[in-house]
Ligand binder design. Structure first.
Ligand code: ATP
Ligand code: MG
Length: 204
């Protein structure tokens, strides 16, 4: 039976969300003809060590503000409400169960995340639940990404689909640093998110 609906899942810490995330999600939507993309802010990311992640409600609200103008973008509280560390395999399983068999799932990820996918919990299951999309990202060489995709194919027999995205060399780490140092973050993220950061005093 062929599936009738295609839904993308855009995972991330979104601390804060920026145009790199939005451009990537929109590219995946149009390229793979997705009916919608669900932004899913992480609860407790196991990979982010060394700095304390901003409270989930702030990251959630900033994501709501950022996706507001795109009718194809949606948001889920699934990960921020699930207790314990956040693992993508649990998220995909939950979406799979909740959305039903008629929905084909796509997981959207940047090159940096794909490069360390082999350290993820239950990689094979992750790849089984979804069509995995690997977006290019400035600073992460395409050759290295392609090498990794080949390795994944050899290890798990699963295809990960590379997707070229207009390169925006923006990261949340750099935005946090800029705010801390009093530098401008204008044009790196939506104005609504910039205002939220200013008013809440985040990252100072
Ligand atoms: P941090 O610097 O805190 O790690 P980040 O900018 O990498 O933040 P994340 O929330 O870690 O943002 O990323 C969520 C997803 O979006 C990841 O799959 C990541 O690879 C992807 N992504 C983030 N920024 C970009 C970008 N500029 N271009 C393409 N993909 C991106
Ligand atoms: Mg990151």
């Amino acid at each position: 039976m062929s599936k009738n609906k295609k839904v993308g899942v855009m995972g991330g810490t979104f601390d804060p969300i920026h145009y790199g995330h939005l451009v990537t999600a929109e590219a995946a939507r149009t390229h793979f003809n997705l009916d919608k993309v669900i932004f899913t802010p992480t609860g407790k990311p196991p990979h982010k060590k060394g700095y304390s992640v901003t409270p989930a409600e702030d990251r959630y609200l900033m994501t709501v503000l950022a996706i507001n103008s795109n009718p194809y973008f949606d948001i889920s509280r699934m990960e921020i409400e699930r207790p314990g560390l956040t693992y993508t395999v649990d998220t995909l399983e939950q979406f799979y169960n909740e959305l039903g068999k008629d929905v084909k799932l796509y997981f959207i990820s940047g090159a940096d995340a794909v490069l360390d996918i082999l350290t993820w919990k239950d990689v094979e299951k992750v790849l089984g639940y979804c069509t995995f999309i690997a977006a290019t990202r400035p600073g992460y060489p395409v050759e290295e990404l392609n090498q990794k995709l080949l390795q994944i194919k050899q290890m798990y027999g699963q295809e990960v689909y590379p997707m070229e995205v207009t390169g925006l060399d923006i990261s949340s780490t750099d935005i946090r640093r800029r705010v801390k140092e009093g530098l401008s973050i204008k044009y790196l993220l939506p104005e609504s998110v910039e205002t939220y950061i200013q008013k809440s005093g985040l990252y100072r």
